[in-house]
Design a binder for this molecule. Structure first.
Ligand SMILES: [Zn+2]
Ligand SMILES: [Zn+2]
Length: 416
């Protein structure tokens, strides 16, 4: 067995990255000279920060000569981006950023494609799923996260919802949105609209709280619980969260009886009645601005419905992370060193809808076969139009270079 040491591996990838950057120009960074940059090595995503470049040309030259495994840049604009500590940089404003990662969703696919491996050398037990303790020897396990069309699809769906939210409710210019695939687990949105970049941190948090529907006051939105019914805002005039909630309420009439029973604990009789009297309820909503059904405690039922609608509609984003002005994030159109995929800049909403995260970002390597040995078990995965795996640990395979590179960078295989 010929084990290729890290030194050769790094050299091999560096050559590949160089070739990519020599043929592609990265131009989507706004105000490049005011940004702080960070770079990473094969071992660490951020190994160095406080770098700066005077121009896009300067930045691109750097990538062509000494391409790092990861490149990130600040969400903020600074007068002196390379100075430290942070206070000496002199803050001039920040983009607002959002991240949607596939592993933030609690989905059954994670149990199908994530793998765990016992950390005890003698044991080496492994399996699919997210077990944190080995069932055989009770040692800690190491989990390797994978993605699939389902969880990345969910991240894409929320990204689209956010873009919609920002465009329609905050009237932000969509041309100022920089949407990108992270290169691995999800999507990033960066808002560079001039009207928001000088917002203070509290103002940013307030904006986040609105999107997240934190501290929503139903009364202020026009939803007032009275004796047996809810007073609601006029449907035709409602905007913002009032409108979202009203539309969400109307939407539950499309749920079948079984779903109504499961979600809201309705009795089968009430669920049927609700469906049968749909027209009457809607009529009262539209013409009398009240929400009431023809069964006892319908006010309690509609309270559950309103909460359900809010929970379903709110976006799950980390507000601290979005308003962190010292954050650095992957530069779109650079290579993600943990996959070899392009952290693709996605120019429009339509492009995002059509974006295929297992095809469009695959820019490195050829279809020539390259031999690898698996270090970890690997679930079934897709690259471009073909599925590969599942593979066992220690399996030796010849796969297209594109696929072998991905597995080696992901840390689940080594070149042989
Ligand atoms: Zn074990
Ligand atoms: Zn998945």
């Amino acid at each position: 067995m010929s084990y290729i040491p890290d030194f050769h591996k790094i050299k091999y990838f560096t050559e590949k990255f160089k070739e990519y950057y020599q043929n592609n120009y990265i131009s989507c960074i706004l105000d490049v000279s005011k940004r702080e940059f960070g770079i990473g090595t094969i071992q660490s995503k951020i190994s160095q920060r406080h770098l700066s470049f005077v121009s896009l040309e300067d930045f691109n030259n750097y990538l062509r000569i000494t391409p790092p495994f990861y490149v990130s840049y600040s969400t903020s604009y600074f007068k002196y981006p390379d100075r430290r500590p942070m206070d000496n940089k002199i803050w001039e404003g920040s983009d607002i950023v959002y991240e949607f990662d596939s592993d933030d969703y609690d989905l059954p696919c994670h149990d199908r494609h994530n793998t765990w491996q016992c950390t005890s050398e003698e044991c080496n037990e492994w399996g699919y799923g997210n077990l944190t303790e080995c069932p055989k020897c009770f040692s800690k396990t190491k989990i390797t996260e994978w993605t699939c069309d389902e969880c990345l699809g969910k991240a894409k769906e929320d990204t689209l919802r956010l873009v919609d939210f920002l465009e329609k409710e905050f009237k932000l210019n969509p041309a100022s949105f920089i949407i990108s695939f992270s290169g691995a687990k999800g999507y990033h949105v960066r808002i560079t609209d001039r009207t928001i970049i000088s917002l203070s941190k509290p103002a940013r948090l307030q904006m986040m709280n609105y999107i997240l529907a934190n501290d929503l006051e139903l009364e202020k939105l026009g939803f007032i619980k009275q004796k047996k019914l809810w007073k609601i805002p006029p449907i035709k005039e409602a905007a913002g969260w009032s409108k979202k909630i009203l539309h969400g309420i109307i939407d539950i009439f499309s749920y079948d009886e079984k779903k109504l029973i499961n979600l809201f604990g309705l009795s089968p009789k009430k669920a049927k009645l609700l469906k049968d009297t749909k027209e009457d309820i809607l009529n009262k909503m539209y013409h009398n601005n009240i929400l009431v059904a023809d069964f006892s405690s319908s006010d309690k039922f509609f309270e559950d419905v309103i909460n359900h609608v809010i929970n379903k509609t709110r976006l799950k984003i980390d507000p601290q992370s979005s308003s962190d002005i010292f954050k650095i994030m992957r530069v779109p159109d650079t290579i993600h060193g943990g996959t070899g995929f392009l952290s693709t800049y996605i120019k429009t909403k339509e492009d995002l809808i059509n974006f295929d995260p297992f095809k469009d970002p695959v820019v490195l390597g050829t279809m020539d076969l390259k031999k690898i040995k698996l270090l970890k078990p690997t679930p079934k995965f897709r690259i471009i139009d073909q599925y590969y795996g599942p593979y066992n640990k220690d399996e030796v395979l010849k796969l297209p270079e594109k696929v072998s590179m991905f597995l080696v960078l992901k840390g689940v295989a080594n070149f042989e």
